[in-house]
Design a binder for this molecule. Sequence first.
Ligand code: ZN
Length: 550
Amino acid sequence: MRRWVAGTEQSAVAEPSIRPPGGRAYWCDACRVPLLQSPCSVCGQDGRAVSSSNMRPVFAGEIRSLLALGAPSWLGPPRDFALWESGGRYYMGGYAIARLRRAPAPRRVSVEPIGKPAAQDARRRRSPLMRRLVAANYPRLRELEHQACVFIQEAVSVYPDRTLVVSFSGGKDSTVVSHLVRTALGRADILHMFADTGIEMPDTYRFLDTFRRDRPSVPLMVIRASADFFQLCHEIGPPSRIQRWCCSTQKAVPLGSVVNAANGAKGVLCFDGIRRAESSRRNGYLRITTKTKIGREVLASPILDWTDLEVWIYGLSAGLPINEAYLRGFKRVGCLYCPLNSAWSEALTALHYSNEHELWIATLRESACRAGHPDPDAFAQGAWRARAGGRGLASFRASVAASPCESHPHRVSYQTTGDWRDTLWSYIGMLGKLRIWHDDGMIAVGVLQDASGADLMSFRAVRPRQRLEVTYADGKGHRLLRQRIERQLRKYQSCVSCGACAAICPTGALSMHDSLIFNERLCTFCLKCVSMNCVAVESLTLKGRSTGAD
Ligand SMILES: [Zn+2]
């Protein structure tokens, strides 16, 4: 096996792939279980390819959910593993017997028969089936575990000074990673960090309690997002497929604030359960990377190439605890109000977490009414996911009112919005050395210099009029500097104190308390904070023509 040298992209790509043949699902007709490899290691027969995508087990609770959503009674009786699901189709005995269809709200899904159920499968007992499932897939399970453990041990040996952390979400993937890391390293005392977005599924909170009770030697830290999800919805609009600010504000930022403080400049080696199979956008993800939203983190993904079925069968074989949400039929465990949640997930949320669901629908309606949306009900029932820009929101905060000076070619006067706040100096200070020569409380005058002490621009702030007059130095860099200044002004005006720019800072020069605080002495002017896209600016910016979806 080739060794990778962590930290470089090329070597991480060279890590041998453990992707299964085509990611397909196979079925052993003799043992009546899905296969991760062919032939079956119990009976030796070749597996039959049953689906082009992955399979997952269906538990009794999901059959009850299906029946509650109007599925025909022949799907039952509710028993674990009587059915398997793949790509919205339900399989019994390796044959598709039903599929989920989209339906209008409020039901959102319907179940349509597409074949005759095999009666013998519905009666089979759980424990012999489980034993056969594990035995039939044993070679692949051992191979997966071995490769993941080798990867984890190597990552730790490459980054010996870093504090080890497991990013724990309460889902099946991070539960498997938690188990693998503790198995590979032969110790339980690896810090587990759970980012509590404030909008987790109620079952996830119960799962955390169980996990903590059953594994008292595993330190589990719950990090609550300081930004209130509903308050942010009010300020910058609800998240959408395009405006997924919540991932940053509710997850990456609170995790980042703890990770960045955990081990000083040495940083953290974080193991997470990210998998490519979850989304095509993750095709480019690396098994180990420093390119994360958190400045002092190296992220390692031991199960990056595992399929759903591999995670499921491995977890079952190891006897890992299962979040109740999966038993109800959720394919993923995550935020209740993720704009990427499927119609199926939303139907289950309405069914099982009705209070939370109604709160969200009411929030969306209120948001649509406030933004003057033509059809608030349609917005609340699904159009919110397609919101692209800040129509109807305080979008003026995301644009800069600049007036060029007629008498000086490089002088621009900026009219900022809202009351003047001196946090503006933090945003400008990230671009160079800020020197204020004169400040009487009303008017401040100063310059921005580069590393050699040469002036990049001079400025005059007139606080009572919320105005900043900038004279850019003549030179080839003035156009780029102007773009950056205006970018920073948009961030200053739109800031909701989410802390994303502080989280990405690798040196701790930026910190977020009530407002952004910048420490020039710690700054290396890497400009990561400047180049990152501000989620508040993005969410408030007007985009395209009015489509009604905005
Ligand atoms: Zn078999």
